[in-house]
Write a protein that binds this ligand. Structure first.
Ligand code: CA2
Length: 165
């Protein structure tokens, strides 16, 4: 007789339907300066759209922005403890500098997409180097705020293929 084993979900198991959207330094200024590079939508607009799209798909999105590297590290570690299943991350300027954030993501082993509003390959040469791209499930850049929505859509498709808690 074939036995089907039903794995019970533990509190610490990853739940892809719980998604963290992380924004790095200066992204709180979105919509107020440099609209030619970063667009006119505010961070609040972006977060509102993502929260609504996730809710419509039965998922939960938490959004967090910080200008401080350590706070972002702490938030990633917290996500590891909370069983967050997927991270959508725009590390902003830390993309090009932060071993600490890279190590935090590697430690929690939560799959993530790296998002950039601008096309970092079409700007200054120092923006081409990322400390995250090789760890990421994928990267999206140059598509403005739509990049976040596409990343979320990917996370939701992944969630749909996983068993419900
Ligand atoms: O294109 C992106 O999303 C970036 O991650 C944005 C970072 C930049 O350092 C990266 O190279 C690419 C800068 C975020 C600054 O955000 C602002 C938004 C509005 C006004 C001023 C800054």
């Amino acid at each position: 007789m074939r036995r089907t084993s039903v794995k019970k979900r533990r509190k610490t198991d990853r739940v892809t339907r719980r998604i963290l959207v992380l924004h790095g330094p200066n992204l709180n200024l979105l919509g107020s300066r440099e609209p030619d590079i970063y667009g006119r939508a505010t961070l609040e607009d972006v977060n509102r759209r993502l929260t609504a799209a996730a809710a419509a798909a039965g998922a939960e999105v938490q959004c967090f922005q910080s200008n401080h590297e350590g706070e972002l590290v702490d938030r990633i570690q917290q996500a590891g403890r909370e069983g967050v299943g997927f991270i959508v991350f725009n590390p902003a300027a830390y993309t090009h500098t932060s071993v600490a954030l890279r190590d935090a993501l590697a430690a929690v082993r939560i799959p993530f997409i790296e998002v950039h509003l601008s096309n970092i390959h079409a700007r200054e040469p120092f923006r081409r180097r990322s400390y995250f791209s090789d760890l990421a499930a994928g990267t999206i850049c140059g598509l403005g705020t739509q990049g976040y929505e596409l990343a979320l859509a990917y996370a939701l498709v992944r969630a749909a293929s996983e068993p419900r808690d």
